[in-house]
Design a protein around this ligand. Structure first.
Ligand code: HEM
Ligand SMILES: *[C@@H]1O[C@H](CO)[C@@H](O)[C@H](O)[C@H]1NC(C)=O
Ligand SMILES: *[C@@H]1O[C@H](CO)[C@@H](O)[C@H](O)[C@H]1NC(C)=O
Length: 232
């Protein structure tokens, strides 16, 4: 009898049954919006080009690009071979690393702190941020499916975010560790970098522009630029 109840419990965890506090809160944050007077995070990307503030040092940055880059840097430490990492909010412990330059990560985590609860971990909010950013910047034509129930890390993950000065072979190996083959790497780099730009404060060797959210070297698009970096 006892094992029967354990079996039922396992089934319940696998299939969504309403009400489910984690999924329901995640859906509330995803679908309800400020126009209805509801406090949900979508207002941060109501327009793809919204800047956190028009004051230095945030001027020339956009929430959508920062949220999307944060999701990637948080998951980029993942190791599919050992099963470690993924989107787990470990980025909060990794802010001082050279592989995480710029204000995007602290900005994003600070924005989402107001929505963290016993139902929704910071890791879920970082995933939600990526979904909201893509929805906004595609004018609601791209809807990425999202699940709730991630557990926040309690310490930093090993280093592992790719850096622009590294060579192609390192990038291919880093993406393989993250669970992506070379085709998927190119897709992620090219499409990921259609949002936002490079900031001269953080990468003065790449651009000298500090307050243009879409600044890329020689006015090429960011994704073309990234393909050039990886020697494609
Ligand atoms: C080899 C891998 C990668 C390298 C070397 C790389 C490098 C960079 C660099 C140098 C910047 C400029 C950051 C700044 O100045 O604030 C940047 C921005 C960005 N990256 Fe990547 N990146 C990589 C992969 C990715 C992937 C896979 C994604 C998403 C799927 C992504 C999303 C973004 C976004 C959205 C921005 C714009 C941030 C903003 O405007 O605030 N990157 N990346
Ligand atoms: C975004 O979608 C709305 C509603 O379909 C449409 O009215 C608007 O023109 C679209 N904007 C852009 C920039 O495509
Ligand atoms: C990478 O995987 C995708 C399917 O997920 C496949 O279509 C593609 O051909 C693969 N690329 C390489 C280089 O193996």
């Amino acid at each position: 009898m006892r094992s029967f109840f354990f079996f039922l419990a396992a089934l319940r965890a696998a299939a969504y049954v309403w009400p489910d506090p984690q999924t329901d809160e995640m859906e509330r944050l995803l679908y309800e919006n400020a126009a209805r007077g509801v406090d949900t995070p979508a207002f941060g990307v109501a327009d793809c080009a919204i800047e956190p503030t028009d004051q230095s040092p945030f001027k020339g940055r956009t929430n959508a690009a920062e949220w999307f880059r944060t999701a990637y840097h948080d998951m980029a430490t993942a190791d599919v071979f050992s099963g470690r990492g993924g989107i787990d909010a470990s980025i909060g412990f990794e802010l001082n690393r050279p592989e995480n330059p710029g204000l995007a990560f602290s900005e994003t985590v600070n924005f989402f702190l107001a929505f963290q609860s016993t139902q929704v971990a910071m890791a879920d909010l970082i995933a939600l941020g990526a979904v909201l950013a893509v929805a906004s910047c595609s004018n609601a034509t791209i809807s990425i499916p999202v699940r709730a129930g991630r557990v926040d890390a309690t310490e930093a993950e090993p280093f592992g975010v790719p850096e622009p000065q590294q060579d192609l072979d390192s990038h291919v190996k880093a993406f393989a560790r993250q669970g992506f083959n070379a085709t998927e790497m190119i897709g992620l780099l090219a499409c990921g970098h259609t949002l936002g730009g490079v900031h001269g404060n953080d990468f003065p060797d790449i651009v000298d522009v500090t307050e243009d959210p879409y600044a890329v070297p020689s006015q090429v698009t960011m994704s073309q630029y990234m393909l050039t970096i990886i020697g494609w």
